[in-house]
Design a protein around this ligand. Structure first.
Ligand code: ZN
Length: 302
């Protein structure tokens, strides 16, 4: 199908996706068994360009590429609310080593947090100018709309970034994201049914809005006095995302014939998403199929 993102980052699918190669001169794709190396061609090209640029200009030897999307996008069994339309890519905040990882290493090796252990601040023994260069290089691309990082990383950039400060607006603080950054592209041209996210606020986001994360959101909760025991309530079943929650075009995306490469990149027993997708695609009434992921409880918009 022609390459198009359908719907929103957290509720949509991807037609005409492209898989990033497992290896490039300046990147290695990780967790190959997940088969989440697929994205809109514009995103794949952006990741490839980022890998070259950071190696050339920022002292970052190469990218370890984490999850992008499933071959046809859509909700996943594990891990992400977004990453559904092929416009989100996770890039590890761990530099690529000077050798090729084996397939099994790519399953087992973990990214390294850049935070000081048990804290919300960046560890100066881990953080380097190249980390900052990597994030801000991605922010410099016009097609990149926002980058999600841990508030501690945003703070570090606010305090130290000497380049174009206006780009800090694109770097958005969010929970997690101290092992990897999450790069999100705008809806590409030719994706008329891609639902755009709000623009990022124009200011750098370094003042009070950032303080909120440290003063409120990430503050350890004070233990509360034990209250009267509550009547036991029936646990609510999380609502499951159904195919008919997605844009209607996604039914066509699921049912379309795919290239053989779509399945051949699934390695080992862990190609679960692919299997589920195939099952849905083969089901007579796909809209009645249960979902792949519970709809997450709302959190502040990153
Ligand atoms: Zn992500």
């Amino acid at each position: 199908m022609p390459s198009q993102a359908y719907g929103f980052y957290s509720k949509g699918c991807l037609a005409g996706g492209r898989a990033i190669a497992t290896d490039g001169e300046y990147w290695q794709a990780m967790r190959l068994s997940r088969n989440r190396r697929w994205g809109h061609p514009e995103l794949i090209a952006t990741v490839e360009q980022l890998s070259r640029d950071v190696a050339k200009y920022d002292g970052w030897p190469g990218l370890l590429v984490g999850d992008i999307s499933q071959p046809r996008g859509g909700p996943m069994l594990t891990g992400h609310a977004s990453h559904q339309v092929g416009l989100d890519a996770d890039i590890w905040l761990t530099p690529m080593p000077n050798r090729r990882f084996s397939a099994s290493e790519r399953e087992a090796i973990s990214a390294k947090s850049v935070l000081k252990s048990k804290s919300v601040v960046v560890d100066p023994k881990i953080w380097t100018d190249a980390h900052a260069g990597l994030i801000m290089r991605a922010a410099s691309y016009p097609q990149v709309q926002r980058i999600l990082v841990h508030p501690g990383i945003k703070k570090k950039l606010c305090d130290s970034w000497k380049g174009d400060r206006a780009l800090l607006a694109k770097v958005r603080p969010y929970y997690g994201h101290h092992y990897h950054m999450h790069v999100r592209l705008r809806c590409p041209k030719g994706s008329a049914n891609c639902k755009a996210q709000n623009a990022v606020p124009a200011d750098q986001g370094c003042g009070k809005v950032l303080d909120w994360w440290f003063d409120v959101a990430l503050k350890p909760k004070k233990p509360t006095k034990p209250s009267k025991p509550k009547k036991p309530t029936k646990p609510k079943k999380p609502r499951q995302m159904m195919l008919n929650d997605l844009p209607s075009a996604c039914t066509g995306v699921l049912n379309a014939a795919g290239p053989a490469s779509e399945a051949s990149v699934t390695i080992g027993a862990a190609g679960i998403e692919q299997t589920v997708y195939a099952r849905i695609a083969g089901n007579a009434s796909p809209s009645s199929m249960p979902a792949l992921i519970p709809i997450p409880t709302p959190r502040p918009t990153p």
